[in-house]
Design a protein around this ligand. Structure first.
Ligand code: ZN
Ligand code: ZN
Length: 429
């Protein structure tokens, strides 16, 4: 029979990578905690409407990339294509607007599903962490949220990072700007690239996002949102920039940064790593979505959030810190040489683990030499050898695997209790 392979565009996270993932997750949880964010995990699928409405009809995600299916009850469900809409649905459903605002939430290692083109190296299932801060329009919250993603990656030791920042206005000024943009592009329509022709009718803001050479001069001369912000948006943006400076977060203004999703208002940002080449150099991004809660059936509520793809950051982390981050090695490897000894070994392993000592057991019947080879390969500091004599006299032979070859004390015979104490002492050092 042919063996199955993973579906195209998805990846296993193998044990060799799990130390990096654990390290990354720990930094995320610690950092979010420092900022007063609390963890939320929403289901990996929702009713399709949550995303169709929340992300926006006409977006690439909704039109081309969602995994949508009918379940056996004939309900249309969609696997989570981004992190925000599900959190907002939960905020509304659980009456979180009754809690002190803002409600600050984070999620970590959430699987995200999009029907991407795997030939471009993009995954159809990847994992994100992200933060959502709901119920407050104060620009200090925008600055604090940007500070969370900034802190996560700087605490991870990544370098060559920067924040790109823009404001895309609100419902008072965005429509006026969009009108100007459409007027500007109308006579240029026929000369646009194929993607931009679609953007022109469906999502004109994204015309500014085009990477095609032929459209760059058009983008360069297009009206920029900064000149059309209303007084409130302008003040909000000015204050945000001040707070970022107080928080020592370096940013660059990018008037072309618009983000792909419909629901963004005012602040939009991306965290860029110069260590990633090519077009996809953002390791995270987000923005304010003051209209989304209402769109999903809640009361009008301001909010801001970001999402960050974890695989891309893990690849960077591996590149920059791979060898420094390793799984904790075992302290003890127990070798039992007969049936009676195996019972003693099982008991001793149990005692050690109760004391938080990482312990491996040698399984099966092998020669002492074969077991010693496995013990050395495991990276353990101590081999505990229980042979026939040890089993009968309730002793253990303790061999220090990290001692030098000519060290006379590298193997000692001790009572089980003395063996335990010796191991505990060496671990506490
Ligand atoms: Zn174009
Ligand atoms: Zn405005």
């Amino acid at each position: 029979m042919t063996a199955y392979r993973a579906v195209q565009g998805v990846k296993d996270i193998l044990p060799e990578q799990s130390a990096l993932w654990e390290h990354f997750e720990k930094i995320i949880k610690t950092t979010c905690g420092l900022f007063g964010y609390q963890r939320i995990e929403t289901p990996i699928f929702e009713e399709t409407g949550v995303y169709a409405r929340g992300v926006g009809e006409g977006t690439d995600i909704v039109e081309k990339e969602m995994y949508t299916f009918k379940d056996r009850g004939d309900t249309s469900l969609t696997l989570e294509p981004e992190g925000t809409a599900g959190v907002v649905r939960a905020y509304i459903e659980h009456g979180m607007q009754m809690k002190p605002q803002p409600v600050k939430l984070f999620y970590v290692r959430t699987p995200i599903f999009r029907y991407e083109r795997p030939q471009k190296g993009r995954l159809r299932e990847h994992h994100q962490f992200g933060c959502e801060a709901i119920g407050e329009s104060d620009p200090m919250l925008d600055a604090e949220l940007i500070s969370v993603i900034w802190s996560v990656y700087t605490r991870m030791g990544l370098t060559n990072l920067s924040i790109q920042l823009n404001s895309i206005g609100d419902k008072a000024c965005k429509p006026g700007y969009m009108q100007k943009l459409i007027e500007y592009y109308t006579p240029l329509q026929d000369d646009l690239c194929a993607d931009c022709k679609v953007r022109f009718t469906k999502n004109p803001l994204r015309l500014l996002d085009c990477k095609e050479e032929r459209d760059q001069p058009k983008i360069a001369h297009a009206p920029k949102i900064a000149e059309y912000l209303c007084a409130d948006c302008e003040e909000h943006f000015a204050l945000l920039k001040q707070y970022l400076e107080e928080m020592h977060i370096p940013y660059t203004l990018n008037p072309l940064l618009v983000r792909g999703l419909d629901y963004y208002t005012r602040t939009v940002f991306e965290l860029i790593s110069e260590d990633i080449g090519g077009r996809q150099n953002a390791i995270g991004g987000g923005g304010r979505y003051d209209g989304l809660i209402e769109l999903l059936g809640g009361k009008p509520t301001p909010a801001i959030g970001f999402g960050s793809g974890m695989e891309r950051a893990i690849a960077l982390l591996e590149q920059q810190k791979g060898t420094e981050i390793a799984e904790k090695q075992p302290e003890v490897y127990i070798i039992a040489l007969n049936a009676m000894a195996k019972r003693k070994a099982a008991e001793f392993a149990n005692t050690l683990r109760e004391k938080d000592i990482k312990t491996l057991l040698g399984f099966g019947s092998r020669s002492l030499k074969a077991f010693m080879k496995a013990a050395n390969a495991s990276g353990a500091q101590w081999a505990v050898i229980i042979g026939e004599e040890e089993a009968q006299t309730n002793t253990v032979a303790l061999r220090n695997l990290r001692a030098g070859a000519d060290d006379d004390h590298k193997q000692v015979s001790l009572s089980v209790e003395e063996g335990l104490q010796t191991i505990l002492r060496s671990v506490q050092q």
